[in-house]
Design a protein around this ligand. Structure first.
Ligand SMILES: NC(=O)c1ccc[n+]([C@@H]2O[C@H](COP(=O)([O-])OP(=O)(O)OC[C@H]3O[C@@H](n4cnc5c(N)ncnc54)[C@H](O)[C@@H]3O)[C@@H](O)[C@H]2O)c1
Length: 260
C-alpha cells in the first residue's frame, strides 16, 4: 500500500492501521523527517514500511519514484494542503499550490500506479477528498474547488474502470474537519451533529473501507444530508448552512502556518 502525505496526520495513522492488518507500506512525503518517523512507528509496531521523499506536484519525480516501487495494490492519494484565506487575500502561489497538491497530483500519482494494477487485475485507488468538495465555505475557494475536483476525478475514474469491466476499484473519502492540526483553529457550532473528527477513527474507516471494497465514505453521517439539501432553493439551502454555523467554521483558522 502506497500512501502520499503519510509523514503526518491521517496518512500516518492509515499507514499504522494498514500495517497492523498486514500491509507493507510505502510512505511518500515531501517531508523527510515526517516520513521517516512514520516508518519508525510502523516498524516499532511490527510492520514493514519504506519512506521516499517525493514532491507529488513534480510529475517527473512521481514517475521516477513509482518506477522504483515494487507492485502497489492500493494507493491512497492523501497528501493535501489548505490556504485558509479569502479569494482576494490568498496569494497566487498558494492558490496554485492547492490545485497542484490536492488535484493535479491525483493525476500524476494515479497515472503512474494504475497500469500495474490493471496488469495484475486488482487494486484500489483511494482519494482523500473532503466534505468541502460537497459544500463551499468562506475562506475555502481554492480548497473546496480542489476537493470538488478530486471527487469528480474519482467518480470519472470509477466510470472508466466500470466501462472497462476492470476489477480495480476506487474509494473516495469525504470527511468533515479532522483533528490533525491541518485545520487548527476551526470551530464547529453543533459538535454532536458535526463533530471535529478523531483522526484515528477516520483512518480506521478508510482502511476498513479498502478491505471491504467500499466505494464512498462520508463522515460524520450528517454530511450525507448535503446533497439532499441541494434540492432546496439556494436561499433556503444557504440559510440551513448558516444556521449550522458552517460558514464561520474558518473564522479562527490558523492551520499549520504559511510554510505548510
Ligand atoms: N484535517 C482535516 O480537517 C481534513 C478534513 C477533510 C479532508 N482532509 C484531507 O485529508 C488529507 C490529509 O490531511 P491531514 O489532516 O492528515 O493533513 P496533514 O497536514 O497532517 O498531512 C498532510 C501531509 O501531506 C504532505 N504533503 C503536502 N504537500 C505535499 C507534496 N507536494 N508532496 C508530498 N507530500 C506533501 C505533508 O508533508 C503532510 O505530511 C488531505 O488531503 C486533507 O485535505 C483533511
Amino acid at each position: 500500500m502506497l500512501i502520499t502525505g503519510a509523514g503526518s496526520g491521517i496518512g500516518r495513522l492509515m499507514a499504522l492501521e494498514a500495517a497492523r492488518r498486514g500491509a507493507t507500506i510505502a510512505v511518500w512525503d515531501r517531508d523527510k523527517a515526517g516520513a521517516d518517523e512514520t516508518v519508525r512507528q510502523v516498524v516499532e509496531a511490527g510492520g514493514a514500511a519504506s519512506a521516499t521523499v517525493v514532491d507529488i506536484t513534480d510529475r517527473a519525480a512521481v514517475a521516477a519514484a513509482a518506477e522504483r516501487e515494487g507492485p502497489v495494490d492500493v494507493v491512497i492519494n492523501n497528501a493535501g494542503v489548505v490556504t485558509g484565506a479569502t479569494l482576494m487575500e490568498a496569494s497566487d502561489e498558494a492558490i496554485e499550490r492547492t490545485f497542484q497538491v490536492n488535484t493535479l497530483a491525483l493525476f500524476w500519482v494515479t497515472r503512474a500506479l494504475l497500469p500495474g494494477m490493471l496488469d495484475r487485475g486488482r487494486g484500489t485507488v483511494v482519494t482523500i477528498a473532503s466534505a468541502a468538495g460537497l459544500l463551499g465555505v468562506a475562506k475555502q475557494t481554492d480548497y473546496a474547488a480542489s476537493k470538488a475536483a478530486a471527487i469528480g476525478f474519482t467518480e470519472s475514474l470509477r466510470a472508466e474502470l466500470r466501462d472497462a469491466r476492470s476489477p480495480v476499484r476506487t474509494l473516495v473519502f469525504m470527511p468533515y474537519y479532522i483533528d490533525t492540526g491541518m485545520f487548527e483553529g476551526v470551530r464547529t457550532r453543533f459538535p454532536l451533529l458535526l463533530p471535529i473528527l478523531d483522526p484515528h477513527k477516520a483512518a480506521r474507516r478508510v482502511i476498513r473501507g479498502v478491505e471491504r471494497g467500499t466505494q464512498q465514505i462520508v463522515m460524520p453521517p450528517m454530511v450525507r444530508m448535503v446533497p439532499v439539501l441541494r434540492a432546496l432553493p439556494v436561499r433556503a439551502f444557504d440559510a440551513v448552512v448558516d444556521f449550522f454555523g458552517i460558514n464561520h467554521t474558518m473564522d479562527h483558522f490558523v492551520g499549520r502556518g504559511p510554510s505548510r
